[in-house]
Design a protein around this ligand. Sequence first.
Ligand code: HEM
Length: 360
Amino acid sequence: MQALRQWCRGRVPVVTRWWQSRVPVSGEQLLAMTNEPVPNHLKRWWFCLGGTPAYLFVVQVVTGIMLAVYYQPSAETAYDSVRYITHEATFGWYFRSLHKWAATFMIAAVILHQMRVFFTGAYREPRELNWVVGMLLLLCTLGLGFTGYSLVFEQLSYWGATVGANICDQVPLIGGISKNFMLGGEEYSSRTLSRFYVLHAAVLPAAVVGLLVIHITFIRMHGITELKFDDEPEDQPKHFNFFPDHLYTEILIGLLLMILLSVLATIQPADLGHPADPLTTPEVIKPEWFFYVTFRWLKLFSGTFAVLSMGLVVFAMIVWPWIDAQLRRWTKSEIASICIGVAVAVAIIGMTVWEAAVAH
Ligand code: HEM
């Protein structure tokens, strides 16, 4: 043991020299690159929610790779491969359930993060473009949820995707083409599954990575919005270090989330409904919870009006920083913007609960 220790000690400087000549970055340089001072309010969980979807995205990539080992995207094999993962592959149920729960948490975390950015006005000049990047991240995250659910090829996911395609069909002028492009034909088939699989496992994750790089670059360029709290003493420093202080907080949140996800995966594992049957429309068609609001909207105002008004709401959300600036110029206060935010949040939550509560 003594000899081994001495042998190792003798080799360490050689290895260090070898590494530093190939990767000429010192520990101090690395620290300077990563160590941005962050405002004190990031010690409160509500204000550092941005790290949570980033962590959950990593969980999704890792568990998604595990699932991709067995998943086979074709109408004949998709359902059976998911059944194999759920009931036969070693720990298949665990990875599939982690993937499902982490998707739910990721969408919830993105929405909560967006709400905190909204209600603290952190999207205002000069951060408008980062809000737009955030909106694209939200749309990609919802796209991942939609395509992922549709890959299972069970009754509900089949009919959910069919309803999604019919929504596309309602868009004036380009409706027919976009439905055809989405399904790869007139109806949900093997061609649809391979399209959704490419979107779900390659295009959308790559888009999320690219958008995240831009999002974080903007955050580094502008810094995080400084907020003032009444309970913070004036004489205390206003910032603390990202490394290691904030990183420890994020690691702790990550560990707690992993425990929570594992518990949920064990007590409420991902289930599997009946295989897709294109000839039998189920009595109740429900999408995943994050599309309840869209579904309810479609039921309230059917047809082209519902689709166009939904598109308008999404567009208004994307350009919100400029709408807000105009509103504040007119009213000389931010009350109108806050009222609109509260009304939209109440409407979204209300319609989601309404859709969850009714059978049809
Ligand atoms: C995958 C999704 C997302 C990830 C991983 C993410 C990550 C982050 C992180 C780590 C921060 C630093 C501060 C914090 O932790 O809150 C941040 C700030 C920010 N995010 Fe996101 N974000 C996402 C989605 C969004 C969305 C949907 C929006 C809005 C539409 C948005 C808009 C912003 C803005 C404007 C800031 C700057 C906030 C400030 O200066 O205080 N992000 N994001």
